[in-house]
Design a protein around this ligand. Structure first.
Ligand code: ATP
Length: 140
């Protein structure tokens, strides 16, 4: 079934999620504060918009609350990441995935209601180590 996704932050992580979801025939709204990053995804995403996601009015006008899933892929700016996750939660998004920079950040994200908290470098490191130790187990 087709669902609609919004990806906020189009660095390597967010852009990769965006491309993978589109390849799986999902509707994806891509948002970044950087025009350059948005242009790079303009031909991929269903819709690509330059916006500061910390601005609650902007997220309201994009009707973010009606999306099935929102991915907060802002990384280094932890404050922005937390604020955006909080706003998206308060606007009623039923499933939120947020990227954490460290363990404390991950705990904050879980507390404010992120449904999935990911730490891409750490998670991938764990998967690679697991794979190296269990070469006969297939990873999905
Ligand atoms: P990655 O590790 O995924 O490659 P990065 O190192 O390019 O990311 P990050 O700091 O993780 O940079 O930010 C990811 C994206 O989030 C950037 O493209 C940045 O422009 C965007 N971003 C940062 N703040 C906001 C904001 N307030 N609203 C929308 N996008 C934002």
């Amino acid at each position: 079934m087709k669902q609609n996704f919004a990806v906020i932050g189009l660095g390597r992580f967010g852009a990769s999620i965006c491309r993978s979801l589109v390849a799986a025939h999902q509707d994806v709204l891509a948002i970044d504060i950087s025009e350059e990053r948005v242009n790079a995804l303009a031909d991929v995403a269903t819709q690509a918009i330059v916006a500061n996601a910390q601005d609650e009015d902007t997220l309201r006008s994009l009707e973010i609350g009606k999306f099935d899933h929102v991915i907060v892929a802002i990384g280094k700016n932890i404050q922005a990441n937390i604020l955006v996750t909080l706003i998206v939660k308060e606007l009623g998004v039923p499933d939120i995935t947020a990227k954490a920079e460290n363990n404390t950040h991950a705990r904050v994200l879980a507390r404010i209601g992120a449904d999935q908290v990911v730490h891409p470098e750490r998670d991938m490191g764990e998967r690679v180590a697991h794979h190296l130790l269990s070469p006969n187990i297939l990873n999905y």
